[in-house]
Design a protein around this ligand. Structure first.
Ligand code: FES
Length: 130
């Protein structure tokens, strides 16, 4: 047997309690609707794409490490020397993923001040910040 629809049955205030959304019906009985217990999935960081002396390099994020430390651990042939931010040998051009790195320090800015290349970072000073 099918239920007849009338104009009155479509008016919100004239519908019975079964027409309310499930969440409202549960709330009227003092029950909360079930929520998902699965935590949201974090998006993994994207690898950072670099260029140094014409070579393309890719370094995956390593929390708290410098770009140089992460790159060397991942067998990336990044040239470097002092590891103190003064020689400029570890300079790399960041092609993608710069947002994952710490802002340039005053020492890094000073060492790179002669360069006009945009996106240049000292890999021994730039740290993964995320
Ligand atoms: S290795 Fe010398 S500035 Fe980074």
């Amino acid at each position: 047997m099918s239920k007849k629809l009338t104009v009155g049955s479509l008016i919100e205030s004239k519908r019975g309690p079964e027409s309310r959304p499930v969440a409202q019906r549960l709330a009227s009985h003092g029950l909360a609707p079930r929520t998902s217990s699965v935590p949201p999935v974090a998006t993994p960081p994207r690898p950072i794409k670099l260029r140094q002396s014409g070579r393309s390099l890719v370094v995956s994020a390593l929390s708290g490490a410098t770009l140089l430390q992460a790159g060397l651990r991942q067998a990336q042939p990044i040239a470097y020397k002092c590891q103190k931010g003064t020689c400029g040998q570890c300079a790399v051009q960041v092609i993608a993923g710069a947002e994952q790195l710490s802002p340039p320090t005053p020492l890094e800015q000073q060492t790179l001040s002669a360069s006009r290349t945009s996106g240049l970072r000292l890999s021994c000073q730039a740290r993964f910040c995320c």
